[in-house]
Ligand binder design. Sequence first.
Ligand code: SF4
Ligand code: SF4
Ligand code: SF4
Ligand code: FES
Length: 948
Amino acid sequence: MSLIKEVDYGTKLATSATMVTLTIDGERVTVAQGTSVMAAAMSMGTQIPKLCATDMLEAFGSCRLCLVEIEGRRGTPASCTTPAENGMVVHTQNDRLAKLRKGVMELYISDHPLDCLTCPANGDCELQDMAGAVGLREVRYGTDGANHLDGAKDESNPYFSFDESKCIVCSRCVRACEEVQGTFALTIQGRGFDSKVASAGVDFLSSECVSCGACVQACPTATLSEKSIIAMGQPEHSKVTTCAYCGVGCSFKAEMQGERVVRMVPFKDGKANEGHSCVKGRFAYGYATSKDRITKPMIRAAITDPWREVSWDEAFDYAASEFKRIQAQYGRDSVGAITSSRCTNEEVFVMQKLVRAGFGNNNVDTCARVCHSPTGYGLKTTFGTSAGTQDFKSVEKSDVILVIGANPTDAHPVFASRMKRRLRAGAKLIVVDPRRIDLVKSPHVRASYHLPLLPGSNVAMINALAHVIVTEGLVDEAFVRERCDIADFENWARFIASEENAPEAVESITGVKPADVRAAARLFARGGNGAIYYGLGVTEHSQGSTMVMGMANLAMVTGNLGREGVGVNPLRGQNNVQGACDMGSFPHEFSGYRHVSDEATRDMFEQLWGVTLDHEPGMRIPNMLDEAVGGGFKGLYVQGEDIAQSDPDTKHVVAGLEGMECVIVQDLFLNETAKYAHVFFPGASFLEKDGTFTNAERRINRVRKVMAPMAGLADWEVTLGFAKALGFAMHYDHPSEIMDEIAQLTPTFRNVSYARLEELGSVQWPCTEAAPTGTPIMHVDHFVRGKGRFMITQYVPTEERAGPLFPLLLTTGRILTQYNVGAQTRRTLNNVWHGEDVLEIHPFDAESRGVREGDLVALASRIGEVSLHACITDRMQPGVVYTTFHHPNSGANVVTTDNSDWATNCPEYKVTAVQVRRTNYYSSWQDQDRETGVSLRRIAREAADAAE
Ligand code: SF4
Ligand code: SF4
Ligand code: SF4
Ligand code: FES
């Protein structure tokens, strides 16, 4: 095993189709027009010394180390800023250049601490490398004069430190923050000798810095260094793997010492992130080795009993005997399972196989039920495929970007950086969101329109936008005629043109000025390539599926499908929510979204698996819980999911769990659901297993094992162990064999294999004989379903409305530094930024209730009540309050209702009528939860201590 070193070309490689040929040091080389001389040299293996250049950034030309001679030109131009030209003859090494470079290096080194042996960057320092490369042997200038050697240290960031004394003011960090991340948190302050890197705050922690690590990555010295490197030293081997947080699916090099992660470095060849990262994937991986990890299987007869640690075999036998007893006593359909969007495709596949073939029913569902199930339904109905239409790169060709119900800078930060790059380059932005998210106004990005609609009015808004397009003659008629079902279109056009959908008519529903809606619609229709990006602010509504179809209608009517720069793009929440859906986690579908009632498909599965399969759809999560409360559902296997915290109406979820006789929880930690469990299977983190995740752009990325599973088994092996004890043995020696079975049974995965993934790095499904390297853009010549289908999207108000008793509307979301229910991020230093969930409230609503900043307020709905601290902000509009749900004790889902999407049962998390008042006590639910939480933590700690 060795350390993977990626080539740094110094500047970006150009992509022009026009090629130029030049001669460098006597050798001819052909490169794309626009490539720099430095990159051209690097492409033939000649490294020109450099300091201020790196290929993640635009060329800057400040250090003057990369000088070359070009025949016929005067002077010694910088190779990083000089484009290669046809016929150019370049010399990179001669005495004159060597002398000049030595002189430059001498100046740098004369103001640099010469503590290489004890420096954290020793062995990974470009300054050190360049001193070697130019043959620097002496420094004529002493350190007696003015220098920066006593520069201050900034240790405020929990993950990296800034040591000013080592800074060469190359500006790579400043440019990385601007060009790669788009935050503009750093600047070069002062001029000449006095110039230095500065952040806008007192220190990094108090500045605008979002701790993405791009500056650390870019820094050629030890000035910006990961604290893990300072503490542990340099890594000695690495493997490329995939982040286990959000649906962007960033690739990282896990850089290791033995089985210890030293750091996670974003991988430049990763197609989803191209070398960028966010604070979660880059730094917040410490949860994987947290002391809270449970590493021994545990069982107990009743949830009031203490846990008893047992061997894997005893745990499997106990769980299997319970499930067999339950099925014998209550019937075949009395058990089921929930797959995890945090687990790999292979693990999800074997889970649903266990249910369908081992349990003999289709009672399998997934956490996508509570986030993106309407995406699957809506896009399949209109286009024929349950997935987004584009690759991430597509946004670079967009002219108008419509962001609806998504907050990319917090929830999908690496994609947000890419989107912001395009916006800074001139694309227009329309934001449809009740809250003023960061994108609306951030450095060098301003939304042309922010339509701050009221929660619950999405469908009225999308209909109003489409109404303007249809009634003002902005329809892309050629596209509609050629690509869509005309009868459906005409039917829809009549519906959408009716006055009830006019912006003026829906103003009382959306709360948005009609003139802004009209202007935004015109911009989207006329502005060139229009792309729609959306998130849970679309799907988690009682009309989530209707809204997804409404966006599909809007894309079709404006001809914005089937090429780069356009499309309908769900920003998926969890790392493998796309994959969990693809793998057949829904009770009505096999992998590849084929209905269980389809005989030909079922036949194929039955033949390979050697069992008879149920042709009736099974129960969804809400049905399982309802049945459990009713007494007919008794056994549940929950893998990597915390339904007691993440699902709506917590009291109902708890009642369901309490009604069951055997709940199996498989997780890294004793989560909230484990309070009601009888069997605990310890889970494995993404660092402990092989497999694949599929991101929001349908990209299948490899997950690679870098350390042994702490509990001895990877998650797929646990499922196999349980299945075997149940009497349904599955035989795989490696996850690649599971993928082979997936490919055999799933047409859209037909050409996917681990060998192909090794060869290509990643592929986007469909990956078939016709598209052996995958499909970046869907529906290019025709829709998967043939003709695009316009669907009627009648606005139906949710039952959840503000009224005298509950006058405010609560909506929920995520924050950058925490993730989902916080099980992972709460166990990292990310708590520095977000230690508790707060209630955001508009100053007007706060004042009228006598609420001051930081006050404890009671947040009550018709379902329940919790207390949170108030954060008064004009991000919110009057009448709407907002919170996150990362901390269990906040209990956001104690107040959310059991309303759900009409088609998919996706809960309506985004609309809850609430009242807010000052209080000085926590709710009884929170008090009770505190007590249980404390005892659970104690048990977890004892188990961890026992394991040591
Ligand atoms: S901190 Fe690093 S990247 Fe930034 S100017 Fe100093 S040496 Fe260059
Ligand atoms: S960590 Fe990211 S946001 Fe913070 S200063 Fe560095 S590049 Fe900018
Ligand atoms: S953007 Fe998402 S996938 Fe990428 S590093 Fe951050 S959390 Fe991980
Ligand atoms: S690397 Fe070219 S001027 Fe610095």
